[in-house]
Design a protein around this ligand. Structure first.
Ligand SMILES: C[S@@+](CC[C@H](N)C(=O)[O-])C[C@H]1O[C@@H](n2cnc3c(N)ncnc32)[C@H](O)[C@@H]1O
Length: 258
């Protein structure tokens, strides 16, 4: 079993060993530490306000790296991986998709191109990344597809209709979310899912203690998330075929029972 899944990245021992292996990353880490401390204080303990400020800062530097891609090539490849996976799982142009934490449409631009006009809804907490998403739409000539992009400050999905979405997708969002945010999403996503629809999300998986690094990166045990889904009357199953792909996060699919 991979040692990575047992690592507690918040422990001092891990941080010291990591610093010894990657001395060049110590200064950027310390910069992030100071930045995050400042932003956390300014947001008064509200995670969404804090992470929105993180995204504002990161997007001002570079929208592609703000969503986790160090290069344009990685941005393209990560979007393609998400798209290909869902197409392999039967995504069809007639599906109605909600993408939670759509970012600057790394995958969203491919979904928008593929789906029928008006069938893609993206939501995000960051105004700056949504402006970058708009630029992606313009760059890729996707105006005729009439995608919906909405700024949100919670995951209650209250502006969206009952039973509408056949596919809900959240890539690399719960990896940045405390459990209260995930719980809120799971409490409401069942309402907007169409009969037979599913909600896929990725998360950082740990086999050891659950932990976070700077409240930016969160690590969960699979059982915690499947139990959370069950507490909202949903069924969650880990997606084994996603583990075969070159990506560090794991994926869970949530459906209505039956
Ligand atoms: C790592 S990026 C991934 C973006 C996109 N899913 C992709 O794969 O390119 C995470 C995105 O989720 C958004 N986000 C984080 N927490 C969120 C929340 N509670 N609700 C909605 N969006 C959120 C961030 O603003 C950011 O755009």
């Amino acid at each position: 079993m991979s040692r990575r899944l047992h690592t507690n990245r918040s422990s001092l021992a891990h941080k010291l060993a990591y610093a010894a292996r990657h001395p060049g990353r110590v200064r950027p880490y310390l910069r992030r530490l100071v930045r995050d401390w400042r932003l956390r204080r300014a947001s008064g303990g509200d995670h969404v306000a804090y992470y929105r400020a993180v995204m504002r800062d990161d997007t001002a530097r570079d929208p592609k790296s703000a969503v986790g891609s160090a290069t344009h090539e990685r941005w393209v490849a990560l979007g393609q991986m998400q798209f290909d996976y869902l197409v392999r799982h039967g995504l069809a142009p007639g599906d109605r998709m909600l993408e939670i934490g759509c970012g600057n449409l790394r995958a969203g631009r491919l979904f928008i191109e593929y789906l029928e006009p008006g069938h893609y809804h993206g939501i995000d907490i960051s105004p700056e990344i949504l402006l970058a998403a708009r630029q992606t739409l313009i760059r890729h000539g996707l105006a005729d597809k009439l995608p919906h992009l909405t700024l949100v400050d919670d995951l209650k999905l209250a502006h969206l209709p009952d039973g509408h979405f056949t596919v809900v997708h959240a890539h690399s969002v719960f990896s940045h979310s405390p459990v209260e945010v995930i719980d809120e999403c799971l409490a409401h996503v069942g309402r907007v899912l169409a009969p037979g629809g599913y909600f896929d999300f990725t998360y950082n998986r740990t086999l050891g203690n659950e932990h976070h690094v700077l409240r930016e990166d969160f690590y969960y045990r699979t059982e915690t998330l499947t139990a959370l889904a069950a507490s909202h009357g949903l069924v969650a199953r880990p997606m084994a075929d996603w583990e075969e792909l070159p990506h560090q996060q794991s994926k869970i699919r949530v459906t209505h029972p039956g």
